[in-house]
Design a protein around this ligand. Sequence first.
Ligand code: ADP
Ligand code: ADP
Length: 226
Amino acid sequence: KRLVAFEHVSKMFSTGTLALSDIHFTIQEGEFVSFLGPSGCGKSTALRMVAGLAVPTTGLVTVNGKTPKQLVRESNDIAFVFQDANLLPWRTVLDNVVLPMELRGGSRKEHKETALHALEMVGLKDHMKAHPRQLSGGMKMRVSIARALAAKPKLLLMDEPFAALDEITRQSLQMELLDIWQKEKMTVLFVTHNVYEAVFLSSKIVVMSARPGRVSSNIDVDLPYP
Ligand code: ADP
Ligand code: ADP
């Protein structure tokens, strides 16, 4: 089933930068899709459009047939993980994961249970009472992933989540992410400039061109992954 569609999308910023030029592709439910290309080719802009954080200048982006803004307003179907884990330093690991649920209201007990389950998925249940400063970079990223997973999103958006991590940590997080993707059966959109990372993780890669303003995202490669 088709989940995301980019229909002839272009983005011209007010500064005059043409970040995306007529990109056109669709993403099926359950896929792990990487947006691959060099810095500045428009990967983040494309991802932000799926979250409703950027709007096309021309063309249309839809998720489940709706505009992303509409979907974000009506549901928790979309979760975003940034390169910087963005944790609140004064909150414990558990309370960082609970925060988005807290903002939506409901019972503390339920939130805590959901958060603990998400922390278990990333192997950090034992660190629920720690504060971010006590964690390594990889652990902080795991908390950030748990916070996104707690919403049980249909669509997990990740913008270079592992770029700041050392090679060993990155590899173990890549494995864990694949494991979670297979278990949770969600759709993942993953921005990276690392070819090996894209090939290792993805069921599909959207290749974006280096030439400024001439992004050719319609070259997508289907890999023999489940
Ligand atoms: P990537 O994620 O591939 O590094 P981006 O999507 O971040 O690329 O940026 C694509 C191009 O658009 C870059 O030239 C960047 O400087 C520019 N850009 C991104 N956001 C803005 C903005 N808000 N205003 C103006 N230019 C922007
Ligand atoms: P991301 O971390 O999502 O790639 P960026 O680091 O590209 O985002 O940009 C962060 C913010 O800075 C963007 O939301 C945008 O508003 C602004 N920005 C990025 N690039 C430019 C640019 N070339 N000119 C003006 N503003 C920019």
